[in-house]
Design a protein around this ligand. Sequence first.
Ligand SMILES: [Fe+2]
Length: 258
Amino acid sequence: MRIAHISDIHCNYGSDFNSKVFDSAVKLLNKTDSDLVFISGDLTTWGLLSEYKLAKEKLKEINGKIVIVPGNHDERNLGYKLFPEFFGDPSFIHIYKNLSFVGLPSSEPDKDDGRLGRRRHRLIERGIKKGKKLTIVGFHHHLIPVPNSGREKNIIEDAGETLDIILKNEVPLVLMGHRHVPYGVKIHKTLLVNAGTFSCNRTRAHFGHTFNIIDIDNENITVTVVDITNNKQKKMIKFNLENGHYKNRYYNPDIRIE
Ligand SMILES: [Fe+2]
């Protein structure tokens, strides 16, 4: 199975949204032939009706099945009331063959920091029980600090409890966004992966605009980062689900990942 993981699109009529980059990004995305596109929030910048309408129009350019959770920006200015109208239930469990995908809103209206809370923790546990083999959990905010993304301030406030549920249950993959920087690391038997920004002008240093391709088979999860501007792909992480072996080019740039 192949999941394209994109994040932080930031549709906006001010300076945030880069429509030229969005168009190039969608061309690359549509060539990945993914079974599923997961968007980990911040489709808008101010949660405004005009931005929701723009986001809805823009997403029509993406081929295939899309699942979406909201980000902190989408919940501003009553945007949390618009999200379900435009993109459906922000909390969900979807089953794909033997995989269960749990999507959760980690934002609170008009706040930049995130929180899941007990109700959503229970949804993670329900998703784990429903899935026959693999569970993927996706939300907007980061669960652990992300290097190269500035001083820590928006990590979910119940990160400890959330991490405990995820690690105890050996959830193999958690997908997040928010920091506009791609990143991935393995803790215990879980791969924590952040997507960078797809089309927001607020990029960090040379990280630019990126999205992730996640390939999952019976043995491995492989994460490839696509550099949108340079049209380059780099396999960044390979995690063997059977023996727990793990290669990470963020920390060992010299290794090759086949
Ligand atoms: Fe965000």
